[in-house]
Design a binder for this molecule. Structure first.
Ligand SMILES: N[C@@H](CCC(=O)N[C@@H](CS)C(=O)NCC(=O)O)C(=O)O
Length: 228
């Protein structure tokens, strides 16, 4: 059975959404990143980047959430747009936009807002600004169409949902006010039974919740090494 290495964080949760939506049988395997499971040799053999999510599907290993979404969509033939060069161009563009823009900027915005040991106004504002700018681009697109690629719910919507559902963590409590169209999409997806199962998946295992020294050592390894 397909093995799904996960935690409760945004990138694994969007893959959990696909797995739940598609009905693929899978075994969820917890990777407790606050305990440092991502750095264990057995996990590094699956994902040398020491992050979640990853999947092992028979003799196929895939890591990085966007690669996994595309792999699973192509494997099942589900949640893809029509098979034309134009639609595929849009699919790849928006998947990469989320992978290289939305995810990294939102992640760093959360880091500097909530976890950095010093509150650095420059860093907080830079990442919040860029996260807000990326969410704004999604919102503008969703003002003109029901889903990211048009009339059909696809892996791009799942990808967007994974990060947009935590907008209050990224931009603060008033974060939603500027993105009514994105909020409409997130609310619609969050109400789906598959999304509720994806969010509840974390309760199948006990994940550490404390952000203590062990967690900081595992997640913020730069704190122990001066590079620049
Ligand atoms: N590009 C990767 C990023 C994965 C990533 O950053 N995962 C986070 C959770 S959302 C993680 O594993 N954090 C633990 C760590 O950084 O040690 C993807 O899209 O899957």
């Amino acid at each position: 059975m397909l093995k799904f290495y996960y935690s409760a964080a945004p990138n694994p949760t969007k893959v959990a959404l696909f797995l739940e939506e598609s009905g693929l049988a899978y075994e969820p395997i917890p990777v407790d990143t606050r305990k440092g499971d991502q750095h264990k040799p057995e996990y590094l053999a699956i994902n040398p980047n020491a992050k979640v999510p990853s999947i092992v599907d028979g003799d196929v290993t895939v890591f990085d959430s966007n690669a996994i979404l595309l792999y699973l969509a192509e494997k099942t033939g589900k949640f893809l747009p029509e098979n034309t060069p134009k639609a595929r161009g849009e699919l790849l563009s928006w998947l990469m936009f989320v992978a290289s823009g939305v995810g990294p900027y939102a992640g760093q915005a959360v880091h500097f807002r909530n976890y950095a040991p010093e509150k650095l106004p420059y860093a907080i504002n830079r990442y919040a600004f860029e996260a807000q700018r990326h969410f704004g681009i999604l919102d503008e697109r969703l003002a003109k169409r029901k889903y990211m690629l048009g009339d059909a719910y696809t892996i791009v919507d799942m990808d967007v949902w994974g990060w947009a559902r935590i907008i209050p963590n990224v931009l603060g409590e008033t974060g939603w006010t500027k993105f009514p169209h994105l909020k409409r999409l997130v609310d619609e997806i969050s109400a789906r039974p598959a999304a509720q199962r994806a969010v509840a998946l974390k309760d199948k295992h006990k994940f550490k919740t404390e952000m203590d020294d062990e967690a900081r050592r595992a997640l913020f390894r730069h704190m122990a090494e001066k590079v620049a």
